[in-house]
Design a binder for this molecule. Structure first.
Ligand code: ADP
Length: 224
């Protein structure tokens, strides 16, 4: 499913305190794309991500997943749509401390009363090098391993698109580059559509299509 971001703007506040966080942003995310969006702090990255993923509404413009406009319809419908179509990885891992690796990974399915697909759990845990850690609790895992559990959890519902917001922000450089390698291999092996938001040019360069955002203006960096 392709995702169409059509002329999105976001304006916070009013009068003198008005801030234009995003100005006429447009992009198409094709199924199977690996995209990076790079910009400095305050450039509008989070605002864009929140709007594309339905966590926030635009002041103007539309976000279409196929022919579904995600910002029309009820909050309940949007929550279910998000759980079924969008995966997230954050800087913080947001694992539940009392749940094992396996339980954390299948948590999103339980919310939708769906049965886990055992073969798929095996595939992703093995791809992410978690096979021997399946019954561990988060505090028994390294930071890099915890982020890998969070990645497996983000994939469990087979999302159309996976958004990673500064996925290595909380990791040292060794674990960070390992996590990026894994994201690249997930893109290659599972043909997972992947959008990475980062301020780090080295990470941005790993993507096949690169965008920058500066003062709320989004543009694609053309490949040489
Ligand atoms: P980034 O993620 O790149 O650091 P943000 O999207 O968080 O940037 O912010 C973009 C701009 O919008 C900044 O100038 C920020 O201060 C402003 N902004 C973000 N959220 C709000 C809000 N809820 N109210 C007012 N201004 C906001």
């Amino acid at each position: 499913m392709d995702i169409f971001i059509n002329d999105i703007s976001k304006i916070y506040g009013s009068g003198e305190s008005q801030v234009t966080a995003l100005s006429h942003a447009s992009m198409t995310i094709h199924a199977g794309d690996f995209i990076s969006i790079m910009g400095p702090s305050g450039s509008g990255k989070s605002t864009l991500l929140h709007i594309i993923s339905g966590l926030d509404t635009p002041s103007m413009g539309q976000v279409l997943y196929g022919d579904t406009d995600i910002h029309t319809g009820s909050d309940k419908k949007l929550s279910a749509f998000r759980r079924q179509n969008i995966g997230f990885i954050f800087q913080q891992f947001h694992l539940l401390p009392v749940l094992s690796t396996r339980e954390n990974i299948i948590m999103p399915l339980l919310l939708d009363k769906k049965q886990p697909d055992e073969a798929y759990i095996q595939e992703i845990t093995s791809l992410l090098g978690l096979t021997g850690r399946i019954n561990h609790l988060p505090h028994e895992l390294s930071g890099g391993q915890q982020q890998r559990v969070a990645i497996a959890r983000s994939l469990i519902a087979k999302p159309n698109v996976l958004f990673a917001d500064e996925p290595t922000g909380n990791l040292d450089s060794k674990n960070g580059s390992e996590v990026m390698k894994l994201l690249c291999s997930i893109h290659e092996n599972l043909h997972q559509t992947l959008v990475v938001i980062t301020h780090d040019p080295h990470i941005a360069k790993m993507a096949e299509r690169r965008f920058t955002i500066v003062d709320g203006i989004l543009s694609e960096v053309m490949a040489k």
